[in-house]
Design a protein around this ligand. Structure first.
Ligand code: CDP
Length: 208
């Protein structure tokens, strides 16, 4: 059982993927953390995101067992992740670790942008989780301000739109629903309702 959960920033895909993983006792990989950790490595090394060779080398050298959760969650790490995620050699460098996770015996749940289209086109269930940009910006703004970052809501909304444009507009593995993905709009759903809907979708697929 491979489950792919894709969607834009703060759509709820991570929360849903985590809850599905707990419900089904499946291992879960947040693939955004790989791009975020590479983004942090790029920032630490003082490398330009224009230097594709250097960014790809940092992605290849990434120690996935030593990702600093606190550091990768900042707005700066997210913005850099989205820039370096557009580099094909970076995506190539991170492909194998994702594919190996997905194909482990017993199955897995992965969330990201291109799981249903590129990493696991063979997934048994594909969800594409969305929400309108204002709702997503409000959610992420609340998270970031709670963790001590200071930024205005308007700046957050602009970052949300910019990230959507970049993630959906890149030529390599753009964010888009797979043809066989089921869309789940969480704009007016509570976390519990979104998770319950996702569980229903998966259980229906399992029965079919
Ligand atoms: O948590 P949030 O929704 O902000 O994003 P994330 O899942 O942590 O991903 C951060 C960035 O990594 C995204 O904006 C994408 O540019 C990139 N990413 C990607 O290109 N492909 C993936 N499978 C996952 C993330």
């Amino acid at each position: 059982m491979i489950i792919a959960v894709d969607g834009p920033m703060a759509s709820g895909k991570g929360t849903i993927a985590k809850a599905l993983a707990a419900h089904l006792s499946l291992p879960h990989l947040d693939t955004g953390s790989l791009y975020r950790a590479t983004g942090v490595a790029v920032l630490d090394a003082g490398v330009s995101p224009e230097d594709h060779t250097a960014c790809a080398a940092l992605a290849r050298d990434l120690d996935v067992s030593a990702i600093d959760e606190a550091r990768i969650r900042t707005a700066q790490a997210g913005a850099m992740a989205s820039k370096i995620a557009a580099i094909p050699a970076v995506r190539d460098a991170l492909f194998e670790v994702q594919r190996a996770f997905a194909t482990q015996p017993g199955g897995a749940i992965l969330d990201g942008r291109d799981i249903g289209t590129v990493i696991c086109p063979d997934a048994d269930v594909k969800l594409f989780v969305t929400a309108d940009p204002e709702t997503r910006a409000r959610r992420r703004w609340a998270e970031l301000t709670a963790s001590g970052e200071t930024l205005s809501f308007d700046a957050m909304l602009e970052q949300t739109r910019e990230r959507d444009r970049r993630d959906a507009g890149r030529s390599d593995a753009p964010m888009r629903p797979a043809d066989d993905a089921i869309l789940l709009d969480t704009s007016s759903l509570s976390i519990d309702a979104a998770v319950a809907t996702a569980i229903r979708i998966v259980e229906k697929r399992q029965k079919a």
